[in-house]
Design a binder for this molecule. Structure first.
Ligand SMILES: [Zn+2]
Length: 356
């Protein structure tokens, strides 16, 4: 029996170069968990009920995320959410302490992104009405989603994730980057006025929205292409196509290797907002792009109007522009291109209308 019924909606599994780099222990957990999950899946994700110390004493129905994900992540929770200022953390069993820690990290990232996105009025621009918060679903017993964002929040492996016990502790820096990345997507949804990815088929191009999220993740040069050598190395892989040609998830030549594009998407965005040696746009221009979309324009039209260059032009000249740019502005990084690609290689499901 396939993991997910292909007649309904096949689900991408991570693989490719990631599996070569992942630690054997982590891989063992993934394999073990996947094997245990096999008998219970019929195309729609559901909570595992027998393989792990589960279910919790009480089970509460899925909340907003059920609607946000069109039922694809209709996870129930343990009825004991942690309520913070801008986030409510739900889980299938994460401890109060771990949820509080996660909410605290998310608040930190939120406080960082608000001025980065030039948000002056949180209630008005981010639409925080009375009683509303973003949600975080902290996966404790599901297969660990590295991160998946929707209009109202995101999914992430719990700090005390049971299926990968060292999920957070193996690299807290990485974990923080993922939170900041997913939160960037939530801001994108809000500021462009898009209720969900599925509701906005002509939404921000994948290369742009992921590029911005990579750039805003807080990982600096360690998670995006930053040197001419890396650029050439990436481009010479015959499986890679022009990153600016990736407008939708279905544009990846090999969806299993979509994560390899993220460091290049990060470069594409970094160039746009480099005022010294790049295209020279600022966040005000990006917010203008978002605003135009909120008012009804499509991405291509809004991009050209806000940034003074068409997406087609950028795509056509991307190679030459990046060669020139990196010859001047390139910088070495302590991480290899393989490490950077592997960092993003575990991003999960690209097909449920969420943002990996
Ligand atoms: Zn993303």
């Amino acid at each position: 029996m396939p993991l997910f019924d292909p007649s309904t909606k096949p689900r991408r599994r991570s693989g490719g170069s990631f599996s070569a780099l992942v630690t054997p222990v982590f891989l063992l957990f993934v394999i073990l968990f996947t094997a245990l999950l096999l008998p219970s899946c019929d195309g729609k994700k559901s909570n595992p009920t027998s393989a792990w110390p589960y279910p919790p004493p009480e089970i509460c129905p899925a909340e907003q995320w059920d609607e946000d994900t069109s039922g694809w992540y209709a996870y129930t929770h343990d009825c004991d959410p942690y309520q913070g200022e801008h986030f409510t953390v739900y889980s299938d069993g994460s401890s109060d302490q771990a949820m509080e820690q996660l909410a605290g990290l998310a608040e930190e990232k939120f406080d960082h992104l608000v001025p980065e996105f030039l948000v002056e009025d949180i209630a008005g621009e981010l639409e925080f009405t009375e009683g509303y918060t973003y949600y975080i679903y902290a996966d404790q017993n599901h297969d660990p989603i590295q991160g998946m964002a929707y209009r109202n929040g995101f999914f992430i492996g719990a700090i005390d994730c049971a299926t990968v016990p060292n999920y957070y502790t193996r690299d807290p820096w990485w974990y923080g980057c993922i939170i900041q990345h997913e939160l960037t997507h939530v801001f994108q949804f809000t500021l462009t006025g898009c209720p969900s990815n599925a509701a906005c088929p002509e939404w921000l191009g994948v290369w742009f929205r992921e590029g911005q999220a990579v750039y805003m993740s807080g990982g600096g040069p360690g998670i995006r292409v930053t040197s001419l050598d890396e650029f050439h190395q990436w481009w010479e892989d015959e499986n890679h196509v022009n990153p600016i040609a990736i407008h939708r998830w279905t544009d990846f030549p090999d969806p299993d290797r979509g994560g390899e594009y993220y460091p290049m998407f990060g470069l594409a965005y970094a160039y746009l907002i480099d005022r010294a040696q790049g295209h020279g746009a600022g966040m005000a221009d990006m917010r203008n792009l978002f605003q135009l979309m909120k008012e009804g324009q499509g991405f291509f039209e809004a991009f050209e109007q806000a940034l003074g260059m068409s997406v087609a032009e950028y795509q056509e000249n991307f190679y030459t522009m990046m060669e020139t740019y990196l010859s001047q502005a390139g910088q070495p990084s302590s991480r290899s291109l393989e490490e950077k690609m592997a960092f993003w290689g575990t991003n999960d499901d690209y097909r449920t209308g969420g943002e990996g």
